[in-house]
Design a protein around this ligand. Structure first.
Ligand code: FES
Length: 190
């Protein structure tokens, strides 16, 4: 039977929309594509940590560009997640210095503790594991990035446990960076 109501249309939060409009003021009106990367970050943060095709379409509509211009960027950069993720995405550096300081062992430990393989989400929905290239914190290898937070020197069981416990304790979603600007506050903030 055909649905009686149309699916609700995706929308940015008022705070997200305000931040997008602020970013757009930095560029000429006919260069809205220049803010595509930060707007994709806003979209990813506001829509569950990943950018579905529908969310990418919303980004295109918001910036007045073609959907393909969003798709080709979202699928190129590894920081954009193209499928659902857990509450925390652990980006594990696997480049040379981190590898020499035990990133392989770190990855194996995280897989064992969380029950998720790289590219998967743990059964409790808390952690998605992802391997990435150099995070520019080589002096503190091995390193994991979770959103804006770096966890460094993860070469001991204690350090890994402390990181996971810290993340598990974050019951509410982190405040989004643009929500800390001026008087802007998200309606979705808990
Ligand atoms: S190699 Fe891991 S942060 Fe540079």
């Amino acid at each position: 039977m055909a649905p009686t109501t149309a699916p609700s249309k995706l929308q940015f939060s008022p705070a997200g929309q305000t931040e997008i409009e602020r970013l757009l003021t930095h560029y000429p009106a006919d260069r809205s594509k220049s803010v595509l990367l930060p707007v994709l970050h806003i979209a990813q943060a506001e829509f569950g940590g990943w950018v579905s095709p529908e969310v990418q379409d919303l980004v295109a509509e918001t910036l007045g560009i073609r959907p393909i211009e969003v798709y080709e960027v979202a699928t190129f950069y590894t920081m954009y997640n193209l499928k659902p993720v857990g509450r925390h995405v652990l980006e594990i550096c696997r480049t040379g210095p981190c590898m020499l300081r035990g990133s392989d062992e770190l990855t194996a430990n995280l897989e064992r503790i969380t029950g998720a393989k790289v590219g998967e989400t743990s059964p409790d929905g808390n952690f998605t594991l992802k391997e990435v290239e150099c995070l520019a914190a080589c002096g503190f290898a091995p390193v994991v990035q979770v959103r804006e937070q770096y966890y460094e020197s993860l070469d001991t069981t204690e350090a890994v446990d402390a990181m996971l416990n810290d993340l598990r304790a974050q019951i509410h979603r982190p405040i989004l960076p643009w929500e800390m600007l001026g008087e802007v506050h998200s309606q979705q903030q808990q």
